[in-house]
Design a binder for this molecule. Structure first.
Ligand code: MG
Length: 408
């Protein structure tokens, strides 16, 4: 077995509020919160300082709820530019200890320091030094988790706040993490936690001790991932920024209830997949520059094909067209298809790298974009499946499909 990695997860404490206090130190002395729209009772609390926390003010509640707990709460509008700027400075300090710095959000990053231990000391020493430096040089406090994988490092940084280091080792992880609720683990959302609760899985220890097959039956592939995480088997690498870009993709796959054979069925399958991919790209406000297609025949033989696009897209119709062309090139007509996935990769931010294409009128594209957004909105209101697009109307191949696991 390869030697364990040393991974840090660094999390700024009450980040937005801390940054506001940097510019207005007097805010440290009063209970204060950063909120979306300070003038509206319905504005949402985005962050609060330690004093406000003592009154029970919590993130994501409304101003109205927070004011009931703490009438003298000082409200501040957010300054997102400052949050980004200071986040960059903090990550630059992390970058002095390793090139493997993966930002998870504006105020959280993983660092893989395995390769630099001989230069800077143990994981804990590096964590303590980072806490001191960020406090002294930037003026905000961070909590750091140190562990042998990313999931446990993140649980470590959550474990003790503010301004603390928590080490999760192979020796102590059961004692420290197993009593925690499953909801504390990364990627376990409200819904999954509810599902787990129903079968008596309440803590991370419960999760680790449940048969993986049972979890898979309950939650699909995600169940298997959760089981691995709970047992300390997460082996995902800490990605450098260039690797993060390359790894980003949004995809969707289906194992069909019966093999697809006619061109009409295949086309309907691709449209349905491209439809969800496009919808998710738009929801995340990104476009893809690469379309990937994967197909499995009934003997489980797999082919994968991909192509780069002339310009980034988030339109389901364009993704479907590319996927269909890939299919025609790579798959003999009439050969049965058991499983198919369509993925948009090489993601770029909305509007980024968009090039003018002289052969397709921009107006035309805009209109299609508006149409698809409108359909998304309708489905958002009335639920999935309300809108059936194009040739999906006359096909029932999707009706009894297996639910694909959430693949992000
Ligand atoms: Mg934080």
């Amino acid at each position: 077995m390869a030697a364990d990695r040393t991974i840090l997860h660094c999390d700024c404490n009450g980040y937005y509020a801390s940054v506001e206090c940097l510019f207005r130190p007097e805010l440290r002395e009063v209970p204060m919160a950063v909120c979306g729209d300070p003038d509206s009772r319905h504005g949402i609390i985005l962050a609060k300082n330690e004093l406000a926390k003592r009154y029970g003010v919590v993130t994501a509640e409304t101003i109205w709820q927070a004011k009931r707990k703490c009438p003298e709460l000082t409200l501040v509008a957010p300054h997102h530019d400052a949050y980004s700027r200071i986040s960059k400075q903090i990550n630059e300090i992390y970058g002095q200890y390793t090139d493997r710095v993966e930002a998870f959000s504006i105020d959280e990053s993983w660092l893989d320091v395995t390769g630099s231990l001989h230069l800077f000391g143990t994981g804990r020493q590096i964590a303590d030094e980072l806490r001191r430096r960020i406090r002294e040089e930037i003026g905000v406090t961070i909590s750091v988790g140190v562990s042998f994988n990313k999931v446990f490092a993140k649980l470590g940084s959550d474990y003790k706040k503010p301004d603390a280091t928590t080490e999760i080792t192979r020796e102590n992880y059961r004692d420290i993490l197993f009593p925690l609720p499953v909801r504390d683990m990364i990627f376990i959302g409200h819904r999954a936690a509810e599902t787990l609760q129903k079968v008596g899985v309440k803590t991370i220890g419960d999760l680790a001790g449940t048969e993986m097959e049972k979890l898979t039956a309950l939650l699909g592939k995600a169940g298997q991932t959760m089981w691995r995480y709970a047992n300390g088997l997460d082996d995902a690498p800490v990605l450098r920024p260039d690797e993060q870009e390359a790894a980003k993709s949004i995809g969707n796959g289906i194992t069909f209830a019966h093999n697809l054979e006619t061109e009409q069925d295949v086309r309907a399958g691709i449209l349905a997949l491209a439809d969800t991919v496009g919808r998710r790209l738009r929801r995340h406000k990104v476009k893809c520059t690469v379309v990937q297609l994967q197909i499995k025949d009934p003997d489980l033989k797999v082919i994968s094909r991909q192509r780069s696009l002339e310009r980034p897209t988030d339109l389901s119709g364009e993704i479907a067209r590319e996927a269909m062309e890939l299919l025609c090139e790579a798959w003999p007509k009439g050969k049965p298809i058991r499983m198919m996935s369509v993925t948009g990769a090489g993601l770029v931010g909305e509007g980024a790298a968009e090039q003018l294409n002289l052969f397709d009128s921009g107006e035309d594209r805009a209109r299609r974009g508006q149409l698809e957004q409108a359909l998304d909105a309708i489905e958002g209101r009335f639920g999935r499946g309300t809108v059936r697009r194009g040739s999906l109307l006359n096909s029932d191949i999707m009706s009894d499909r297996k639910r694909p696991g959430e693949d992000r």
